[in-house]
Design a protein around this ligand. Structure first.
Ligand code: AMP
Ligand code: MG
Length: 342
């Protein structure tokens, strides 16, 4: 790829104006959202969207989420705004929820990977909202990492992956949520959770007043030959250099297992306050049982482990419900689905 000069600049008025101008010219830029940093391109411009796939090395059949700052932008992007989508939008937009709806004619083919649906999100982060407003563009934006790497939650993490691959990164500090948006589909017979996030299964059910189906592959590996309902689910994700295994059990069981495997010179991915008790190199990813705290830190911690080089890592197991479901979902992918029950 031809090297492009990458400018890292504060997400102030000047930075936002530059980002908006680049988007209007069909360029790609990186920017902070409340979930993770994203790479944005005008969703109506196929050749601009194609640059995202090239910069990330993303497989063509993995669709992108389109970001809006007002439901007035929906006509043209969707062919229908289903009643369930309206309920969810009223409850959670702006916020970290993507709704899969029937696709409209203005969305570039490149966003949808051959599907007749499109994922739409209205983010709450002031920087994204200002960029959408200033550019007038609904934009496609996946996470701003190289495909397969942990999602970036700081501008420095974006720079580490994207230097020379895009012209501008807006620095807006650390992301408050830290994991990608919850993805829910309202196109099937029943509403279906395709990717867990900060907005939980229970939150969705409360807003809809009905059961939401939990898609396969959220809490375990997609079975051989099973069709991915959400294309992103089939890819190896968040693969750090470290060789991670999740150990499910109490802290005492975890500590005993790590001690029994001291010969591997392991590091640990553990909860806040546990590092000093383990006596091996540790990265703490948040308070035990606190899914929101763990979400905010998990990707930075996976990158921090990578910075230590390739080594054996044992990880404490998060809960599988509430916001923690999102953390567990990302961590099993980082661990290539290796979970040992102690
Ligand atoms: P990312 O852009 O990395 O946050 O990933 C977006 C994910 O949203 C994709 O990997 C898909 O799993 C999901 N997604 C986006 N659009 C659709 C769609 N039209 N149908 C089903 N899933 C989608
Ligand atoms: Mg991603």
């Amino acid at each position: 790829m031809d090297a492009i000069e990458t400018l890292l600049c504060p997400a102030d008025r000047d930075g936002i104006a530059r980002a908006a101008a680049l988007l209007r010219q069909g360029e790609i830029i990186a920017l902070p959202t409340e979930t993770v940093y994203g790479i944005a391109a005008d969703a109506r411009n196929g050749s601009a969207v194609a640059k995202i796939f090239k910069a990330k090395g993303r497989p063509q059949d993995n669709p992108l989420i389109v970001h809006i700052d007002d439901v007035k932008m929906l006509p043209g992007l969707v062919s229908e705004f289903p009643e369930r989508a309206q309920l969810l939008a009223a409850a959670f937009w702006p916020g970290p929820l993507t709704i899969i709806m029937p696709r409209g004619p203005q969305v570039a083919d490149e966003c949808c990977a051959g599907l007749d649906t499109v994922g739409i999100r209205m983010p709450s982060h002031p920087v994204v909202r200002q960029v959408i407003e200033a550019s007038g563009c609904a934009f496609a934006a996946p996470s701003a990492n190289l495909s397969g790497r942990p999602s970036p939650t700081t501008a420095q993490d974006v720079l580490a992956d994207m230097q020379g691959r895009l012209p501008l990164i807006l620095d807006g500090g650390s992301c408050a949520v830290g994991v990608e948006s919850t993805v829910v589909s309202v196109v099937g017979e029943k509403p279906t959770l395709l990717r867990p996030g900060y907005i939980t299964l229970e939150d969705l059910e409360r807003a809809l007043g009905e059961e939401v189906i939990l898609s396969g592959a959220i809490l375990e590996k997609l079975a051989e030959g099973e069709v991915a309902r959400s294309p992103g689910m089939k890819y190896k994700h968040y693969a750090p250099k470290a060789d991670i295994t999740i150990l499910e059990g109490s802290f005492e069981q975890f500590k005993a297992y790590v001690e029994a495997h001291a010969g591997q010179d392991p590091a640990c991915l553990c909860f806040t306050g546990e590092a000093e008790k383990l006596g091996v190199p540790c990265v703490e990813y948040g308070r035990e049982g606190d899914g929101a705290d763990q979400s905010r830190h998990i990707f930075r911690c996976l990158r921090a482990l990578d910075e230590q080089g390739d080594r054996v890592v044992y990880a404490r197991c998060p809960r599988k419900d509430g916001v923690s479901m999102a953390v567990y979902n990302r961590l099993i992918r980082a661990a290539a689905f290796r979970v040992i029950r102690l």
